[in-house]
Ligand binder design. Structure first.
Ligand SMILES: Cc1cc2nc3c(=O)[nH]c(=O)nc-3n(C[C@H](O)[C@H](O)[C@H](O)COP(=O)(O)O)c2cc1C
Length: 363
């Protein structure tokens, strides 16, 4: 049996369960012992990701309460594998009967059957569901607690919804202060209003929209990472692209680097308050797969939600005829503000994995 839903080398996560099974969860290996866990923080993170937070989100009402069933005693890690389970309470499997013969465009219904056969259970998205990001967020909360011991801070915001873009630069402190007061998790109140209006408009039109998530990481120690297939960049990219609906990643100046000259793009070394730094940060904090101590920054584009209520003409796989599909169910018109939390979490998991590997001198 191939290990399928496992990620990480030292701090390793393995997902279990499906969208409509009794529970979903995560087994975490490699968590150091004697780490005091802040249960309120884990719940806070899960609440930031859960549906039904406001009128712009899916009305699926999942409380996302977690249980540690292994590896934690008196709210402290024991050094054994940690197991976190989250019950599925609010499932509406009947909403998915309509996709037995008419596969949702841009969703997993067709490719999942190609890979695993027609008997695969895809109620609620099955194993592919965005719901599996809940246990990732729980594991990410533990990773964030470990990173905090090293003074590392992660923050993200919605920098684009549709064509409405926020191109300003914000410090981590500014992001942390403002982002949770915005229901789209944006940083600029005027742009927030325009983003909200757009999403409200699309709800009326039974359509959906995508956007971009911007992540910043401060105080990640320099000298962490590896070359080649487990470079810090490639592990972050692999982990982030595993989150359903992400379409890419660009570090630092990203794709714009293609239009720059070397003399413009090179980050010149300087001494800042006695510490080696760089004048600019086009590289986004990583060179040669290894952190250099400047903020790690990247953007992640998110596609528009595939499940839309608007009528779509698509193939009925049984009759082989074109037919009208009108998707019912409780789908987010824009998943960007929720995917952001999953991206923060998986980022924390990769950063801890690399930190523990480098600090433990695995060369
Ligand atoms: C937190 C979260 C919630 C999601 N909710 C929905 C949803 O309500 N409807 C939908 O069509 N897709 C939703 N998605 C996206 C699909 O899971 C995803 O598009 C699908 O699995 C296909 O994968 P891909 O887009 O990465 O290729 C969600 C993703 C995440 C991370």
């Amino acid at each position: 049996m191939l290990n399928r839903d496992i990620f990480g080398r030292l701090f390793q996560i393995e997902l279990f369960g499906e969208s409509h099974s009794e529970e979903i969860g995560v087994i975490i290996k490699g968590v150091p012992k004697n780490i005091k866990l802040d249960f309120d923080f884990i719940q806070y993170e899960l609440d930031r990701r859960r549906p039904g937070q406001n009128d712009l989100m899916s009305t699926r009402d999942e409380p996302d309460k977690f249980n540690f069933t292994n590896g934690v005693k008196d709210k402290t890690t024991t050094g054994e594998n940690i197991r976190i389970a989250i019950p599925n309470i609010n499932t509406h499997s009947q909403d998915y009967l309509q996709f037995e013969d008419i596969y949702r465009p841009s969703h997993v219904d067709y490719p999942a059957r190609l890979r695993y056969g027609s008997k695969i259970n895809l109620k609620g998205g099955g194993r592919f569901s965005g719901r599996l990001t809940a246990p990732i967020v729980a594991a990410g909360a533990i990773a964030k607690m470990i990173l905090k011991q090293y003074g590392v801070n992660i923050a993200g915001f919605t920098s684009q919804i549709g064509s409405i873009k926020d191109e300003n630069h914000y410090s981590i402190m500014q992001i942390q202060k403002k982002v949770e007061s915005s229901i789209v998790r944006g940083m600029n109140s005027d742009l927030d209003k325009r983003m909200i209006n757009l999403i409200e408009d699309l709800i009326k039109q039974k359509d959906s929209v995508g956007g971009v998530v911007t992540i910043q990481i401060k105080n990640y120690p320099p000298g962490i990472g590896d070359p080649w297939f487990h470079s810090l960049e490639s592990d972050l990219a692999a982990a982030i692209l595993s989150i359903p609906s992400t379409r890419g990643i660009e570090f630092g100046t990203g794709f714009k680097a293609a239009n720059m000259l070397g003399s413009e793009h090179n980050d010149l070394y300087i001494l800042k308050n006695g510490i080696i730094s760089t004048k600019t940060n086009h590289c986004g904090g990583i060179i040669g797969g290894i952190s250099i101590g400047t903020p790690i920054t990247f953007n992640v584009p998110i596609k528009p939600t595939a499940s839309i209520g608007k009528t779509q003409k698509t193939l009925n796989f049984k009759t082989k005829k074109l037919t009208n599909l009108k998707i019912i169910g409780r789908h987010d018109p824009c998943i960007v503000p929720r995917v952001l939390i999953a991206i923060e979490a998986i980022t924390a998991i990769v950063l801890v994995d690399h930190l523990l590997i480098s600090k433990n001198q695995y060369k």
